[in-house]
Design a binder for this molecule. Structure first.
Ligand SMILES: *Cc1c(COP(=O)(O)O)cnc(C)c1O
Length: 413
């Protein structure tokens, strides 16, 4: 047998202008690559994890003791959050796009009985789970949540805070209030909103579980940690039912972050082999978030999203999203149907924008960690060139004038 050794892997620098991952901050990469070799029980690694836990509680505005992070990506945090959902549990899940659709699948997997799994192993139809489908491009409103919880009276209710598939903000206040009124335990996919939006977990008492990711608002792609937070009510439920997992059981996981029996302890205990590199990167991303301040960051996202939205509208596109970190749009009528071609042309040039991943086909342009005039102007110009290349009408002078008028005086940052 011949041994096949490939050339060293080189990955080019691109402009990550999609829904996520965002542009990992240089400070985060620096922290990742300058960490020394140290094992997962070395004192500074453990101290770093404890400090991360405290920073996360501040960023997320919560006194939940069970606030920590799960090694991996957004789905790792979400799987941990869903671990307390047991076969036969009554669940209502709201789905208004790709990601909440996968969350709803996860909930059906968790709540399905063995018979339901056997009948359809990859897509179990759990009788105890009701999925309320909200059309792509629409918001999950408080009224819709209220009506469904009133009708089904579930143990668990689920919604995505920001649905990245369709670029829609869902009604967190209405969801939390309805959960409180109907005694449901609310679970939230906050993968897209953490680090972008200025909100506090403790203002939403109907919600018992939260899960997010490292790679979007926290600018920390080097495979690190997915933040999670749980109230005592969630932990009590988990304590009484158990969960079918060791690695993603929040009670076990929290031990390495120095949380034992509902109390902060001085030092974490082994749960799995954490990476000092990942801890250092995650720690830096949390420091960066606190130094920026969420109020300032969320205001900057809104300002720059508005410029991008107005520029693509001037190019004849129709924006259907309302998320400050992401613009989801329909191309001008004469280019309808050529979304994939346009996205592929852009990606071939290292301009990483995205189509939607579920119907209808739309284009998604994100601005994660691109909060400055130069980055937004570059995104607008590259997109205008792509439209022009497909034969669309583009007045480059108009676009430049729009950018100049928006950025000319007030927003230098
Ligand atoms: C990106 C995203 C996910 C998945 O996160 P990964 O980091 O890819 O695991 C889940 N939910 C929402 C709302 C997202 O935007």
């Amino acid at each position: 047998m011949t041994v096949q050794i490939f050339s060293p892997l080189e990955i080019p620098e691109t402009l990550a202008a999609g829904p996520g991952p965002g542009n990992t901050d240089a400070r985060v990469l620096q922290a990742f690559s300058s960490a020394g070799v140290a094992d997962h029980m070395q004192g500074d690694v453990l101290r770093g994890m404890i400090e991360c836990k405290h920073m996360l509680r501040q960023i997320w505005g919560t006194s939940n003791t069970y606030t920590f992070a799960v090694a991996g990506t957004g789905w790792s945090g979400l799987d941990t959050m869903f671990s307390a959902v047991m076969p036969g549990d009554k669940v209502v899940a709201f789905s208004n796009g790709t990601f909440s659709g996968i969350d709803a699948l996860t909930l059906r997997i968790k709540a399905a009985t063995p018979q339901e799994h056997a009948a359809n192993p990859l897509d179990p139809q759990a009788a105890s789970v009701t999925v309320i489908e909200i059309p792509h491009g629409q918001t999950v409103t408080g009224e819709k949540v209220e009506a469904a919880l009133d009708e089904y009276k579930p143990k668990w209710a689920f919604m995505a805070h920001w649905e990245t598939g369709s670029g829609r903000i869902n009604d967190l206040r209405g969801f939390s209030d309805a959960c409180e009124r109907h005694g449901a335990m609310g679970l939230i996919d906050a993968v897209s909103s953490l680090g972008v939006e200025d909100f506090r977990i403790d203002d939403y008492p109907g919600i018992v579980g939260w899960a997010s990711c490292p790679q979007k608002g926290l600018c920390c792609l080097p495979l690190t940690y997915a933040p999670v937070s749980f109230t005592d009510a969630y932990i009590d439920s988990l304590k009484s039912t158990g969960a079918y997992t060791y690695v993603h059981n929040p009670i076990f996981e929290a031990r390495h972050w120095g949380i034992v029996d509902g109390q902060d302890v001085e030092k974490g205990a082994y749960h799995r082999t954490h990476s000092g590199y990942a801890v250092a990167a995650f720690h830096e991303s949390l420091r960066l978030t606190l130094q920026d301040g969420l109020a300032k960051r969320s205001a900057l996202y809104r300002t720059h999203e508005k410029v991008l939205r107005d520029a693509v509208t001037a190019l004849g596109c129709e924006v259907t999203s309302d998320m400050p970190s992401l613009v989801v749009l329909n191309l001008p009528a004469e280019l309808a149907g050529r979304e994939m071609e346009l996205v592929q042309n852009c990606r071939a040039r290292g301009f990483g924008i995205w189509p939607t991943l579920s119907a209808p086909v739309q284009v998604r342009i994100g601005i994660l960690n691109q909060l400055n005039r130069q980055a937004i102007s570059q995104i607008v110009r590259l997109f205008a060139e792509a439209i022009h290349e497909l034969g669309g009408q583009v007045d480059f002078d108009d676009i430049d004038a729009l950018l100049q008028s928006r950025y000319g005086t007030s927003i230098a940052a």
